[in-house]
Every structure is written in C-alpha cells, then in structure tokens.
Design a protein around this ligand. Structure first.
Ligand code: C2E
Ligand code: MG
Ligand code: MG
Ligand code: MG
Length: 292
C-alpha cells in the first residue's frame, strides 16, 4: 500500500513539472562541469539622455548551449543562484568584462562597464576580493566599473550591506541599484546607502504609460526628482518606443537603456556598431526618434 501511494504521488507531478525538474538537474550538473566555458556575454548600450551619447554598456550573460542554442539568463541563473555556481560565474564575468572594457579603452572606446551581482554573491566576503582582482588584472580604472545590485540584496541586511558597499566604494567602483520598483524595500533605507545610480525597472515605465494623459510620467518624475535631490543618477530601463524615450526625458532621467536605443550584442559587434552611430552623428536619442 505504501509503495502504490508513493507511486500515486509521483503522478501528481505534471509533465511540465517533471521537465522543469529535469532541466534544473541538467543545469546544476552542467554548470559544475564545462558549461562555464560556454557562457557568452552580450553588451547593451547605456545612453546619456542629454546628448544621446553612449556612456557605457551593461554586461548580460547568455549560455551557448551545445544542443539548445543561445539561452537567456532566466533559464539558468536561478539554478546557479541556488547551487552557488553564481559565484564562480560572476567571478569569471568580472574578469571577462573588465578585460574587455580595458581592451576597448585601449582602442579609444572608453565605456563604463556595468556588471550584475547576485544577492548571494553580495552576501559573501569573496565579492570584494573578486572585484579587486578583476580590477588589478585588467588595469581598468575602478570608476569605469559599475556593480548592479538588486533592492533585495541590500534590504536583507542593511547594516552589512552598508559596510560591504563602503568597502567597494573605497576601491572607487560605482554601485547601482537594479530593477528599482519591483521590490518593496524602504526608500529611506535604500537612499541611506552609498549608491551612485538607480535603475528604474521597465515595469514602472509601463505603469507610467497607463496613467491618464496629462499625468503621464508623474510617478516617474517624482522618483527622478528624489534621486536628483540625493545626487543619485537615474537610468530608465526598457525603452522600446519613441514615446518611452520622450517620457523618460521629460521626467528628467539621466540615462536610458532599451531595444529602441540598442539591443544587447556580442562583443565582436559592438565596436563596429559604435562606429556606425558615430558616423550617423553620434546622438542615439535623435536617431531613435527619427527612426534611423
Ligand atoms: P537586468 O539586469 O534588469 O537586465 C535588463 C534586461 O532587460 C536584460 O534581459 C535585457 O536584455 C532586457 N532588455 C533590455 N532592453 C529591453 C527592452 O527594451 N525591452 C525589454 N522587454 N527588455 C529589455 P536579459 O539579458 O534577459 O537579463 C535578464 C536579467 O537576468 C537581468 O535583468 C539580470 O537580473 C539577470 N542577469 C543577466 N546577466 C546577469 C549576470 O551576468 N549576472 C547576474 N547575477 N544576473 C544577470
Ligand atoms: Mg542589470
Ligand atoms: Mg535592470
Ligand atoms: Mg530588469
């Protein structure tokens, strides 16, 4: 009887759940093996809204899976986070991206490099060492590196977060809060931290768009006003249309990212793409509104 009820319980899992479990196991196994060698980094331009110039790029990881093709981070990073593999992955990313940024700078393309750091890595002592080593080995000026942390990474333990951020700021690296507006952290707590940049999640953009005409962007403008007062720079994420672009410029955001301005692209493509933009006048905002 015990056996058959055990077997019955197995039937409670749908094929989709079973497939999900199988995938998690595959990811966990492969990430311990050779999958790190199959990771690739794409770079998305971060654009100044006053001049339309490219200020930097955000590094976004992908997995070139031998059978499934190019996989987006949300298919494997949550597993990496659970197993702890996110730490060696990010360590590799920090080395790879700072090396790239230093290489581009030597070719005359000075770009600030933003790297996403997970909550799990942020909560360890190794992050500081990993950042220091990447800067040392690449020779990248520290103020050219931005670490993106989510609200939840810093909200878990604000006192510890403040200490950790102070050490990182001591190196001269910059810190940005990513996906702002998706969590429920206390604004007072968040803004008490030594952060330089706030990245406004694209869900807030969508919310602002739904507000009746006239009020458009009021929430956005209020957030941006707050960052201004505190001397924090703001980045609007997920700019997909000329309307989005107009809205975030009117709200007073400093920087923006999104498909309208530039898709994430492989390292090999970035220099040529940047040359094209330069030849077209260098103002990505003007080019985007004109529909290129
Ligand atoms: P994120 O850091 O907020 O990155 C922005 C995400 O929005 C990226 O998705 C980017 O490709 C996407 N995006 C950019 N412009 C647009 C747009 O106009 N419209 C829409 N709909 N989406 C846009 P991606 O590359 O799939 O990354 C998703 C998330 O995965 C990232 O969100 C970040 O939280 C995480 N992630 C990516 N790479 C890394 C990494 O190296 N380390 C860690 N810890 N997390 C990473
Ligand atoms: Mg990010
Ligand atoms: Mg983001
Ligand atoms: Mg986001």
């Amino acid at each position: 009887a015990a056996k058959s009820s055990g077997r019955d319980r197995v039937h409670l899992f749908s094929p989709a759940l079973r497939e999900a479990a199988r995938w998690r196991l595959e990811v966990a196994t492969r990430l311990r093996g050779d999958a790190i060698d199959q990771l690739v980094v794409h770079y998305q331009p971060v654009v100044r809204l006053d001049t339309g110039e490219i200020e930097g790029v955000e590094a976004l990881v992908r997995w070139q899976h031998p059978e499934r093709g190019l996989l987006s981070p949300d298919t494997f990073l949550s597993v990496a986070e659970e197993t702890g593999q996110i730490i060696p992955i990010t360590r590799w990313l920090l080395r790879e991206t700072t090396r790239k940024a230093a290489e581009w700078a030597a070719e005359g393309l000075a770009l600030r490099m933003s790297v996403n750091v997970s909550a799990r890595h942020f909560s360890t002592e190794t992050l500081v060492r990993d950042v220091r080593l990447a800067l040392q080995d690449s020779g990248l000026p520290p103020d050219q590196l931005v670490l993106e942390l989510t609200e939840t990474s810093v909200a878990e333990d604000p006192t510890r977060a403040e200490d950790q951020l102070s050490v990182l700021r001591g190196f001269g690296v910059r810190v940005a809060i990513d996906d702002f507006g998706t969590g429920w952290s206390s604004l007072a707590q968040l803004f008490a931290l030594p952060i330089g940049t706030l990245k406004i999640d694209r869900s807030l953009l969508a919310a602002a768009e739904r507000v009746a005409a006239g009020d458009t962007g009021a929430v956005l403008a209020a957030i941006v006003g707050l960052t201004r007062t505190l001397g924090i720079r703001s980045v609007a994420e997920g700019i997909e249309t000329p309307d989005h672009l107009r809205m975030v410029r009117e709200a007073g955001c400093d920087l923006a990212q999104g498909w309208l301005l530039g898709h994430p692209m492989p390292a090999e493509r970035l220099p040529a793409w940047m040359r094209e933009v330069k030849e077209a006048g260098g103002d990505l905002c003007a080019l985007a509104i004109a529909g290129r």
